[in-house]
Design a protein around this ligand. Structure first.
Ligand SMILES: [Cu+2]
Length: 137
């Protein structure tokens, strides 16, 4: 009986570890709702990525994204143009964390990206600097 219990605990622990590993690979992040009723996410932006690049939030609950840029001369921003869903953001980023707030009003998957582009080079978005906010019930 005791052995079975230990086995069940080990099974549960390994399942959790496996799930965490899978999520880490996708760089997905499910926002946790804090005690004050705000969903908080930390994000890092760099050449040419967002980490995490897939955020899952709940509809009609305020979201707070704390985002900073990796050190370096390349400028980055974050753009989310989904006014129908209550998300309309265009913020340039710095190494000092910036706080972006909005309340998603509609479920769905909404793209975000960096709008920077140097001369005739590929845009940062085309280099992979983009992600998705998934708003769920
Ligand atoms: Cu960029």
């Amino acid at each position: 009986m005791r052995r079975l219990k230990v086995f069940m605990i080990l099974l549960a622990v390994s399942t959790v570890c496996f799930t965490l590993a899978a999520v880490g690979q996708m760089k997905a992040s499910k926002a946790a709702v804090d005690k004050d009723g705000i969903q908080r996410v930390n994000m890092l932006a760099g050449n040419y990525f967002y980490d995490p690049d897939y955020i899952i939030v709940k509809v009609n609950i305020p979201v707070e994204i704390t985002i900073r840029k990796e050190p370096g001369v390349t400028p980055h921003d974050i753009v989310i143009k989904e006014p129908d869903a209550g998300i309309d953001i265009s913020e340039s980023l710095s190494t000092d964390p910036k706080i972006i707030t909005f309340t998603p009003r509609k479920t769905g998957k909404y793209p975000f990206y960096c709008s920077k582009k140097l001369l005739f080079f590929q845009s940062h978005k085309d280099k992979g600097m983009k992600g998705v906010i998934e708003v769920t019930d």
